[in-house]
Design a protein around this ligand. Structure first.
Ligand code: NDP
Ligand code: 8X3
Length: 279
Protein backbone atom coordinates (compact mmCIF):
# COMPACT_ATOMS: atom_id res chain seq x y z
CA UNK A 1 0.00 0.00 0.00
CA UNK A 2 1.30 3.42 -0.95
CA UNK A 3 1.93 5.31 2.32
CA UNK A 4 0.03 8.35 1.03
CA UNK A 5 -3.17 6.47 0.19
CA UNK A 6 -5.90 6.40 2.83
CA UNK A 7 -7.22 2.94 3.57
CA UNK A 8 -9.91 4.02 6.01
CA UNK A 9 -12.66 5.11 3.69
CA UNK A 10 -16.30 6.01 4.03
CA UNK A 11 -17.74 2.49 3.82
CA UNK A 12 -15.90 1.54 7.01
CA UNK A 13 -13.79 -1.16 5.37
CA UNK A 14 -10.12 -1.24 4.66
CA UNK A 15 -9.63 0.14 1.17
CA UNK A 16 -8.07 -2.36 -1.18
CA UNK A 17 -8.69 -0.90 -4.64
CA UNK A 18 -5.97 1.08 -6.41
CA UNK A 19 -8.25 2.13 -9.26
CA UNK A 20 -9.04 5.61 -7.89
CA UNK A 21 -6.64 8.53 -7.79
CA UNK A 22 -5.03 9.49 -4.50
CA UNK A 23 -6.88 12.81 -4.59
CA UNK A 24 -10.32 11.20 -4.86
CA UNK A 25 -9.49 8.67 -2.19
CA UNK A 26 -8.35 11.41 0.15
CA UNK A 27 -11.67 13.20 -0.36
CA UNK A 28 -13.50 9.95 0.42
CA UNK A 29 -11.58 9.19 3.58
CA UNK A 30 -13.86 8.72 6.58
CA UNK A 31 -13.99 11.56 9.11
CA UNK A 32 -13.03 10.46 12.60
CA UNK A 33 -13.67 12.87 15.49
CA UNK A 34 -11.52 12.35 18.59
CA UNK A 35 -12.25 14.33 21.76
CA UNK A 36 -9.36 14.74 24.20
CA UNK A 37 -6.79 14.26 21.44
CA UNK A 38 -4.06 16.28 23.16
CA UNK A 39 -2.73 13.41 25.27
CA UNK A 40 -2.78 9.70 26.13
CA UNK A 41 -5.44 7.48 24.60
CA UNK A 42 -6.96 10.25 22.46
CA UNK A 43 -3.63 11.20 20.95
CA UNK A 44 -2.91 7.53 20.26
CA UNK A 45 -6.33 7.13 18.59
CA UNK A 46 -5.51 10.08 16.32
CA UNK A 47 -2.26 8.41 15.39
CA UNK A 48 -3.61 4.94 14.56
CA UNK A 49 -6.62 6.27 12.61
CA UNK A 50 -4.25 8.62 10.72
CA UNK A 51 -2.11 5.62 9.82
CA UNK A 52 -5.22 4.09 8.23
CA UNK A 53 -5.84 7.26 6.23
CA UNK A 54 -8.80 8.73 8.15
CA UNK A 55 -9.55 12.45 8.00
CA UNK A 56 -9.18 13.66 11.58
CA UNK A 57 -11.23 16.14 13.57
CA UNK A 58 -9.27 16.70 16.77
CA UNK A 59 -10.54 18.50 19.87
CA UNK A 60 -9.11 19.40 23.28
CA UNK A 61 -8.57 22.47 25.42
CA UNK A 62 -4.80 22.54 24.76
CA UNK A 63 -4.97 23.75 21.18
CA UNK A 64 -1.21 24.05 20.67
CA UNK A 65 -0.84 20.33 21.38
CA UNK A 66 -3.50 19.21 18.89
CA UNK A 67 -2.19 21.65 16.28
CA UNK A 68 1.28 20.16 16.61
CA UNK A 69 -0.11 16.62 16.47
CA UNK A 70 -2.20 17.50 13.41
CA UNK A 71 0.84 18.91 11.60
CA UNK A 72 2.89 15.79 12.39
CA UNK A 73 0.15 13.43 11.24
CA UNK A 74 -0.48 15.38 8.04
CA UNK A 75 3.21 15.17 7.18
CA UNK A 76 3.62 11.52 8.12
CA UNK A 77 0.39 10.08 6.71
CA UNK A 78 -0.75 12.64 4.10
CA UNK A 79 -4.18 12.98 5.70
CA UNK A 80 -6.57 15.90 6.25
CA UNK A 81 -6.94 17.32 9.77
CA UNK A 82 -9.11 19.97 11.43
CA UNK A 83 -8.47 21.06 15.02
CA UNK A 84 -10.86 22.64 17.49
CA UNK A 85 -10.08 24.15 20.87
CA UNK A 86 -12.98 22.80 22.84
CA UNK A 87 -13.96 22.31 26.46
CA UNK A 88 -16.57 19.54 26.30
CA UNK A 89 -18.16 20.89 29.50
CA UNK A 90 -19.29 24.00 27.64
CA UNK A 91 -22.53 23.00 25.92
CA UNK A 92 -22.84 26.17 23.85
CA UNK A 93 -19.25 25.86 22.66
CA UNK A 94 -19.82 22.21 21.71
CA UNK A 95 -22.95 23.07 19.73
CA UNK A 96 -21.22 26.01 18.02
CA UNK A 97 -18.15 23.93 17.14
CA UNK A 98 -20.19 21.14 15.54
CA UNK A 99 -22.74 23.35 13.78
CA UNK A 100 -19.92 25.62 12.56
CA UNK A 101 -17.93 22.85 10.89
CA UNK A 102 -17.09 23.55 7.24
CA UNK A 103 -19.32 21.50 4.89
CA UNK A 104 -16.53 19.08 4.02
CA UNK A 105 -16.09 18.17 7.71
CA UNK A 106 -19.73 17.60 8.67
CA UNK A 107 -20.18 13.94 7.74
CA UNK A 108 -18.52 12.54 10.86
CA UNK A 109 -18.22 8.79 10.46
CA UNK A 110 -16.65 7.81 13.79
CA UNK A 111 -16.94 9.70 17.09
CA UNK A 112 -14.45 8.69 19.76
CA UNK A 113 -15.78 10.09 23.04
CA UNK A 114 -12.49 9.97 24.89
CA UNK A 115 -12.17 13.32 26.74
CA UNK A 116 -12.30 12.51 30.43
CA UNK A 117 -10.51 12.58 33.71
CA UNK A 118 -10.29 11.50 37.32
CA UNK A 119 -9.77 14.30 39.80
CA UNK A 120 -8.87 13.51 43.40
CA UNK A 121 -8.72 10.28 45.37
CA UNK A 122 -10.69 10.75 48.60
CA UNK A 123 -13.47 9.23 50.63
CA UNK A 124 -16.88 10.72 49.79
CA UNK A 125 -17.17 12.42 53.19
CA UNK A 126 -13.77 14.08 52.69
CA UNK A 127 -14.00 14.73 48.95
CA UNK A 128 -13.80 17.99 47.03
CA UNK A 129 -17.12 19.03 45.50
CA UNK A 130 -15.20 20.92 42.82
CA UNK A 131 -13.39 17.72 41.81
CA UNK A 132 -16.70 15.85 41.66
CA UNK A 133 -18.25 18.50 39.47
CA UNK A 134 -15.30 18.49 37.10
CA UNK A 135 -15.56 14.71 36.63
CA UNK A 136 -19.34 14.69 36.24
CA UNK A 137 -19.30 17.70 33.89
CA UNK A 138 -16.57 16.20 31.69
CA UNK A 139 -17.09 12.45 31.76
CA UNK A 140 -20.90 12.41 31.70
CA UNK A 141 -22.27 15.76 30.60
CA UNK A 142 -19.44 16.49 28.14
CA UNK A 143 -19.86 13.10 26.51
CA UNK A 144 -23.60 13.77 26.25
CA UNK A 145 -23.18 17.25 24.78
CA UNK A 146 -20.81 16.01 22.07
CA UNK A 147 -23.01 13.00 21.32
CA UNK A 148 -26.14 15.15 21.12
CA UNK A 149 -24.44 17.47 18.63
CA UNK A 150 -22.92 14.77 16.42
CA UNK A 151 -25.41 11.88 16.37
CA UNK A 152 -28.31 13.58 14.51
CA UNK A 153 -26.10 13.84 11.41
CA UNK A 154 -25.21 10.16 11.68
CA UNK A 155 -28.88 9.22 11.99
CA UNK A 156 -29.71 11.35 8.96
CA UNK A 157 -26.99 9.60 6.94
CA UNK A 158 -27.83 6.17 8.41
CA UNK A 159 -24.15 5.70 9.10
CA UNK A 160 -21.82 6.28 11.97
CA UNK A 161 -20.01 4.75 14.88
CA UNK A 162 -19.83 6.01 18.47
CA UNK A 163 -16.87 4.65 20.40
CA UNK A 164 -17.02 5.64 24.07
CA UNK A 165 -13.91 5.23 26.16
CA UNK A 166 -15.26 3.65 29.33
CA UNK A 167 -13.19 2.00 32.04
CA UNK A 168 -12.88 -1.03 34.24
CA UNK A 169 -13.98 1.59 36.81
CA UNK A 170 -17.36 1.46 35.08
CA UNK A 171 -17.66 -2.16 36.17
CA UNK A 172 -16.03 -2.21 39.58
CA UNK A 173 -15.77 0.35 42.36
CA UNK A 174 -12.64 0.82 44.45
CA UNK A 175 -12.03 2.75 47.68
CA UNK A 176 -11.65 6.51 47.02
CA UNK A 177 -12.76 5.99 43.42
CA UNK A 178 -16.42 6.84 44.22
CA UNK A 179 -17.32 9.71 41.86
CA UNK A 180 -14.89 8.74 39.07
CA UNK A 181 -16.29 5.19 39.16
CA UNK A 182 -19.85 6.55 39.16
CA UNK A 183 -19.05 8.65 36.09
CA UNK A 184 -17.70 5.61 34.26
CA UNK A 185 -20.71 3.48 35.34
CA UNK A 186 -22.73 6.29 33.72
CA UNK A 187 -20.69 6.02 30.51
CA UNK A 188 -21.52 2.30 30.43
CA UNK A 189 -25.23 2.99 30.97
CA UNK A 190 -25.21 5.69 28.28
CA UNK A 191 -23.45 3.37 25.84
CA UNK A 192 -26.07 0.67 26.40
CA UNK A 193 -28.89 3.23 26.16
CA UNK A 194 -27.51 4.72 22.95
CA UNK A 195 -27.31 1.28 21.39
CA UNK A 196 -31.03 0.79 22.08
CA UNK A 197 -31.99 4.29 20.94
CA UNK A 198 -30.06 3.93 17.69
CA UNK A 199 -31.40 0.50 16.73
CA UNK A 200 -32.49 0.55 13.09
CA UNK A 201 -30.44 3.62 12.17
CA UNK A 202 -27.32 1.79 11.09
CA UNK A 203 -25.28 3.72 13.66
CA UNK A 204 -22.99 1.47 15.68
CA UNK A 205 -22.24 1.99 19.38
CA UNK A 206 -19.36 0.54 21.32
CA UNK A 207 -17.28 1.11 24.39
CA UNK A 208 -13.66 0.30 24.99
CA UNK A 209 -13.03 -0.07 28.71
CA UNK A 210 -9.41 -0.19 29.85
CA UNK A 211 -7.71 -1.08 33.09
CA UNK A 212 -4.51 0.77 34.01
CA UNK A 213 -3.10 2.79 31.10
CA UNK A 214 -0.03 4.92 31.68
CA UNK A 215 -0.91 8.39 30.34
CA UNK A 216 -1.29 11.78 32.02
CA UNK A 217 -4.38 10.36 33.75
CA UNK A 218 -2.84 9.86 37.21
CA UNK A 219 -0.94 13.16 37.10
CA UNK A 220 -4.30 14.87 36.50
CA UNK A 221 -5.96 12.77 39.20
CA UNK A 222 -3.33 13.75 41.76
CA UNK A 223 -3.43 17.44 40.75
CA UNK A 224 0.02 17.46 39.14
CA UNK A 225 1.85 15.32 41.73
CA UNK A 226 3.81 13.20 39.25
CA UNK A 227 5.71 11.32 41.93
CA UNK A 228 2.48 10.07 43.46
CA UNK A 229 1.09 9.41 39.99
CA UNK A 230 4.03 7.22 39.00
CA UNK A 231 3.33 4.91 41.98
CA UNK A 232 0.11 3.82 40.23
CA UNK A 233 2.21 1.97 37.65
CA UNK A 234 5.10 0.98 39.93
CA UNK A 235 6.55 -2.50 39.41
CA UNK A 236 3.86 -3.54 36.94
CA UNK A 237 3.49 -3.29 33.18
CA UNK A 238 0.58 -0.94 32.41
CA UNK A 239 -1.16 -0.54 29.08
CA UNK A 240 -0.22 2.33 26.78
CA UNK A 241 -2.47 4.64 24.79
CA UNK A 242 -1.69 2.76 21.55
CA UNK A 243 -2.97 -0.52 23.05
CA UNK A 244 -6.40 1.04 23.47
CA UNK A 245 -6.28 2.93 20.18
CA UNK A 246 -5.59 -0.30 18.26
CA UNK A 247 -8.69 -1.87 19.85
CA UNK A 248 -10.83 1.16 18.91
CA UNK A 249 -9.53 0.87 15.35
CA UNK A 250 -10.31 -2.86 15.26
CA UNK A 251 -13.91 -2.10 16.32
CA UNK A 252 -14.24 0.61 13.65
CA UNK A 253 -12.88 -1.60 10.87
CA UNK A 254 -15.39 -4.45 11.34
CA UNK A 255 -17.89 -4.89 8.50
CA UNK A 256 -20.91 -2.65 8.90
CA UNK A 257 -23.22 -5.42 10.17
CA UNK A 258 -20.84 -6.10 13.08
CA UNK A 259 -21.06 -3.92 16.19
CA UNK A 260 -18.70 -4.81 19.01
CA UNK A 261 -20.61 -3.68 22.10
CA UNK A 262 -17.80 -3.53 24.61
CA UNK A 263 -14.19 -4.53 24.90
CA UNK A 264 -12.55 -4.69 28.32
CA UNK A 265 -8.79 -4.39 27.96
CA UNK A 266 -6.57 -5.16 30.94
CA UNK A 267 -2.82 -5.20 31.43
CA UNK A 268 -1.59 -8.76 31.80
CA UNK A 269 -0.49 -7.71 35.28
CA UNK A 270 -4.01 -6.63 36.33
CA UNK A 271 -6.99 -8.91 37.07
CA UNK A 272 -9.45 -6.36 38.52
CA UNK A 273 -9.41 -2.90 40.11
CA UNK A 274 -8.35 -4.71 43.30
CA UNK A 275 -5.79 -7.13 41.88
CA UNK A 276 -2.56 -5.84 40.38
CA UNK A 277 0.58 -7.97 40.23
CA UNK A 278 3.63 -5.92 41.17
CA UNK A 279 6.66 -8.12 40.65
P1 NDP B 1 -4.94 11.93 29.68
O1 NDP B 1 -5.00 12.83 30.86
O2 NDP B 1 -3.62 11.59 29.12
O3 NDP B 1 -5.87 12.53 28.51
C1 NDP B 1 -7.12 13.08 28.78
C2 NDP B 1 -7.59 13.87 27.58
O4 NDP B 1 -8.89 14.39 27.84
C3 NDP B 1 -6.68 15.04 27.26
O5 NDP B 1 -6.49 15.14 25.88
C4 NDP B 1 -7.47 16.25 27.76
O6 NDP B 1 -7.22 17.38 26.93
C5 NDP B 1 -8.91 15.76 27.52
N1 NDP B 1 -9.86 16.49 28.35
C6 NDP B 1 -9.98 16.48 29.69
N2 NDP B 1 -10.94 17.33 30.08
C7 NDP B 1 -11.44 17.89 28.94
C8 NDP B 1 -12.43 18.86 28.67
N3 NDP B 1 -13.13 19.43 29.65
N4 NDP B 1 -12.68 19.19 27.38
C9 NDP B 1 -11.98 18.62 26.38
N5 NDP B 1 -11.02 17.70 26.57
C10 NDP B 1 -10.75 17.36 27.84
O7 NDP B 1 -5.73 10.61 30.13
P2 NDP B 1 -6.15 9.29 29.31
O8 NDP B 1 -5.69 9.34 27.93
O9 NDP B 1 -5.76 8.14 30.14
O10 NDP B 1 -7.73 9.44 29.40
C11 NDP B 1 -8.57 9.36 28.27
C12 NDP B 1 -9.85 8.64 28.65
O11 NDP B 1 -9.53 7.30 29.02
C13 NDP B 1 -10.62 9.24 29.82
O12 NDP B 1 -12.00 9.23 29.53
C14 NDP B 1 -10.31 8.28 30.97
O13 NDP B 1 -11.33 8.27 31.93
C15 NDP B 1 -10.22 6.98 30.21
N6 NDP B 1 -9.51 5.89 30.89
C16 NDP B 1 -8.21 6.05 31.25
C17 NDP B 1 -7.55 5.00 31.90
C18 NDP B 1 -6.15 5.12 32.39
O14 NDP B 1 -5.74 4.27 33.23
N7 NDP B 1 -5.36 6.08 31.92
C19 NDP B 1 -8.23 3.71 32.12
C20 NDP B 1 -9.60 3.69 31.71
C21 NDP B 1 -10.19 4.72 31.09
P3 NDP B 1 -7.04 18.88 27.45
O15 NDP B 1 -6.57 18.83 28.87
O16 NDP B 1 -6.04 19.46 26.50
O17 NDP B 1 -8.39 19.48 27.28
C1 8X3 C 1 -8.93 4.36 34.85
C2 8X3 C 1 -8.68 3.03 35.45
O1 8X3 C 1 -8.60 1.76 37.67
O2 8X3 C 1 -7.48 3.92 37.54
O3 8X3 C 1 -10.27 4.45 34.46
O4 8X3 C 1 -9.87 3.80 37.61
S1 8X3 C 1 -8.66 3.14 37.14
Amino acid sequence: MHPGIPRFCCNGFRFTSFSTTTKTMRARAAIVFVTGASSGIGEACARVFAREGASLLLAARRKERIDRLARDLETEFHIRTYTMQLDVRDRKAVDAAISGLPAEWRAIRVLINNAGLARGFSKVHEGSVQDWEEMIDTNIKGLLYVSRAVIPGMVERNAGHIINIGSIAGHQVYPNGNVYCASKFAVRALTEGLKMDLLGTGVRVCSVSPGLVETEFSIVRFHGDSQRASKTYENMRPLHGEDIAEVALFCALRPLHVDISEVIVMPTDQASVHHVYRG
